[in-house]
Write a protein that binds this ligand. Structure first.
Ligand code: ZN
Ligand code: ZN
Length: 213
């Protein structure tokens, strides 16, 4: 009996840590999508531009390496562990939280890759809903692209949606600061988006039967 209780207690803690990491990643994604632009100093070019590209050309980042997608999160994750260590705060919950957070972009990337690109293990974890499924993440990419910001699981987004969480947050922020959710040029009738997006447009491979001239 005691071991069953222990099992469920650990399982509950794992679910809470996973939910927290998903929520944090979703919160950052929301702030980037809703409030920052490519003109924002420092983070504009580094983080917001890739976000704008992602909304216009969702498959572009699937060709990037883990390091290209995750260097910034890896840096922050390492700093968190380096600060936590001397303070005696290292525990499996923190390590799991950091590991998931560092890989949030990579897990997001898997939602955009084909089953063949992902391989059997990742596809299986998506099938079992251990990882977010492409269909679930597709909700974020359907207009007006202002919900389902969390990229890791299938269970955090519906809860936030039920609470109307992001809209309520935006209403409070607008009331206090007067700043509303920015225009998303990837949404129908809000485009066409900046000219530099052309360099990220997917290249169409001509079929062998297509005349070359
Ligand atoms: Zn987004
Ligand atoms: Zn996406």
């Amino acid at each position: 009996m005691a071991s069953i209780l222990l099992f469920f207690r650990i399982l509950l803690r794992i679910i809470l840590v996973v939910a927290l990491a998903d929520f944090l990643a979703g919160g950052i994604h929301w702030a980037e999508d809703a409030y920052f632009t490519e003109e924002t100093p420092v983070i504009g070019k580094l983080f917001i531009r890739p976000n704008i590209v992602h909304h216009h050309h969702p498959r572009f980042f699937t060709h990037l390496t883990w390091w290209q997608s995750s260097w910034d999160l890896a840096l922050v994750g390492t700093l968190v562990l380096l600060v936590a260590w001397p303070l005696g705060l290292i525990c499996w919950q923190l390590v799991l939280f950091v590991a998931l957070s560092v890989n949030a972009n990579e897990i997001h990337k898997w939602s955009h890759r084909s089953r063949k690109e992902n391989g059997r293990l990742i596809s299986l974890l998506q099938d079992w809903h251990v990882l977010q499924t492409p269909r679930h993440h597709g909700v974020h990419h359907s207009d007006p692209k202002n919900t389902y910001y969390c990229p890791i699981t299938n269970f955090v987004n519906p809860v936030l949606e039920k609470l109307d969480f992001w809209n309520r947050m935006e209403a409070v922020i607008e009331q206090i600061t007067g700043v509303a959710h920015r225009v998303d040029t990837a949404v129908r009738d809000q485009g066409p988006g900046p000219a530099w997006l052309a360099e990220y447009r997917p290249v169409r491979v001509a079929s062998a039967t297509t005349p070359s001239a």
